[in-house]
Design a protein around this ligand. Sequence first.
Ligand code: C5P
Length: 223
Amino acid sequence: FQAPILKGKRVVVTAGGTRERLDPVRFLSNDSSGKMGYAVAAAAVAAGADVTLITAPTRLDPPVGTKVVPIESTTELRDAVITAYQRADALVMAAAVADFQPLQMADQKIKKTPGETEFTLRLQPTPDILQEVAAIKQPHQVTVGFAAETQDLLANGQKKLEAKHLDLLAANDVSQAGIGFNSDDNQVTFIQPNGVTDQTPKTSKKLIAQALIKRLAETLASK
Ligand code: C5P
């Protein structure tokens, strides 16, 4: 799989779990390892694309040949995605984006109050990045999303694809052991706008990323 099927194409990939700061030393985040997004970025480089990898902190080395844009919060991710997307042919949103962020970030470390038995943290929803991208999407651009579901994979996936104007959605059932977050393997169901779905076998994130890039290239070519 070294065919230059994305030669000359600009592909933006997001990866990792965003961090929402409460104060200078604490944040809310999730279990995302970034492995799926990094595998997609590597597959896109191998396919000849010019790849921008917008990444939350991970333990991984970025694939050689990518232009790396580090971010932490969902707001920073949103700004980086919107900027890179203007010149992009395709966007793959593999990042595990926080759904909520603290209403305020404290300037100083939050202190315990002696005797206090409860502490309330006020959160607000984060911006939905793919929804914002949908609003500025040009006809030649392709967007791919991921969806981690624990039930009704196909029905929920189809709804998400339509709501976010996606060309492809990779849905995975995170209630199954050994795939998804942090794992080296995954199993996804690709859902397309025409209702066509197909499930990959349980295999490496590398092979899933290659299958995704092949579909992405076909979709770009058909536009
Ligand atoms: O709706 P849900 O969060 O399940 O959708 C998942 C997809 O949407 C992923 O591709 C994720 O990167 C993206 N997303 C986003 N902005 C958010 C939350 C998720 O773009 N605030």
